[in-house]
Design a binder for this molecule. Sequence first.
Ligand code: DGT
Ligand code: CA
Ligand code: CA
Ligand code: ZN
Length: 574
Amino acid sequence: MTNRDVARILRETAQLLEVEGAQIGRHRSYERAAQQIETLAEPVAQLVEEKRLREVPGIGERMEEHIGEILGTGKFRTHQKLLKKFPPEILDMLRLQGLGPKKIALLWKKFKVKTVADIAKLARDQKLRGLAGFGEKTEQNILKAVAAFQQFAGRFHQHKAEEAAEKLIAYIEKLGKKVERVTAAGSLRRGRETIGDLDLLVLSTDAEAVSRHVLAYPEVAEKLARGENKVSIKLTNRMQVDVRILEKKSYGAALVYFTGSKPHNIELRRIAREKGWTLNEYALTTLKSGKWVAGRTEEEVYKKLGLVWIPPELRESAGEVEAAAGGRLPRLVELADICGDLQMHTTESDGKNSIEEMAAAARARGYEYIAITDHSKAVTVANGMDEKRALAHARRIRQASKKLDRFRILAGVEVDILKDGRLDLNDEVLAQLDVVVGSIHSYMNLEPAEMTERLLAAIENPHLKILGHPTGRLLLRREPYHYDLEKILSACKKRGVAVECNAFPDRLDLRDVDLRAARERGVKVVISTDAHSTTHLPYMKYGVRTARRAWLNKNDVLNTLPLDRFLKALRPSP
Ligand code: DGT
Ligand code: CA
Ligand code: CA
Ligand code: ZN
């Protein structure tokens, strides 16, 4: 169990206790423990093992026992008991923005609401105004929250889906010899920015044993379906998983089929039909007699169709089948090509680690350089730096860099792009830094025309080298800024400004299709993690996946270059 899993169960327990109307204050100890565990730098399991959990403020003997139970069994009895007292959608209702346990408790008591839709109906019918703490404005906000919920409902960030998949795969592999291989297919394998459900393929001759084992997984909340070679479950984190069990002869065909995407599969089936064959999840067979043609491996299936193997990230029916037929598939950038990371934060602003710690962790990943880019003063919530602090920080960065052999820490900043497009630090200071990333963190709802002007003005500043998280979206949470992206890409091209592919899994910004547009215009791209802790540096893989979905080669990405060539490829300083 990750710290996040443990914290989630404790937080849900706190919320459910509050809805239940438990003894005043009982929920607070759970909420407090959840908060503490979320921000721990070490795995909570390790603290337990070393008997140090009680050193964490707010965790006493009882809470220590509860956490032990969660870590040991994957579940928490109090949590389970509470869940049984409420309708299945209670957790979804609690997740509605701006409602919270107190208001849900009231709605539960008064109207016996069972679903998010029930709440929406009450708000629409104006039945809520007049309740203590509710007004017309609350009703409007509830309707907005329900709309957002329905838009994002049931989708997950890629890293959460991947964590859940890896854990379940490890569990399935515990069956030993009966299981030859387990692979995640579906949107996760394609690297889509958010994931609906997990699709796992198991290579085994004992479907019965695998199904039984999967149903015994401690994190199963609900059994959804069970067939001869398929079992569907819902996990305690509300994620659905479809597990399919296949034999060797079908494994490649099933991988193709269940990796999708659906439109990609439709293209493949059309080619198969043209050749007098049919393609399904079991095999490629002849149309007439149903004779087996291929199906063991993906390569075999693609080859028979006259195609080279297509990387999963490209399987979106966006020209990849045609390119594969013509031998024109790009050689996509890989994680191993990345030589440095160009956006990260330290304790100087809102990061969790020091310059030295970030550098050591980056070095351990095999990088040659990083840029430390703390926030500037306009971002007060992140303790942004003024001119004086920025220069002092740059000096410390350069000193730290000198102590390292064959590794360079570049002195940078993530300078705020102000409302009018000016940068938040003066030119004299910016001129002394190696890497200036410029990003927007305020006034995100300007009219498109004004937003476009703002970004154009920022790009005109000769010190700006990289445009950070260019559209500002937060996946499953916040829409991108509205502006004329084409104009901004043209300006970046003209001025030699690189656009960022922000690898943080909540952002993935620019997104795949926009990144592809940037590439087609010849705009330079960097992939950066925007790490706020050493634990975020591995998020680079999500950025690389996004870049691959955008058809990017190694040559399209500046931070695949060794240091000297990278510095020359950045926009030249004035
Ligand atoms: P998601 O789960 O919404 O993030 O997206 P996917 O792509 O994982 O979609 P999912 O889980 O519904 O199905 C996984 C793959 O299986 C999908 O990409 C294509 C294939 N597939 C599933 N159902 C069908 C179907 O009814 N027809 C066809 N042709 N393919 C299907
Ligand atoms: Ca799926
Ligand atoms: Ca599925
Ligand atoms: Zn930022």
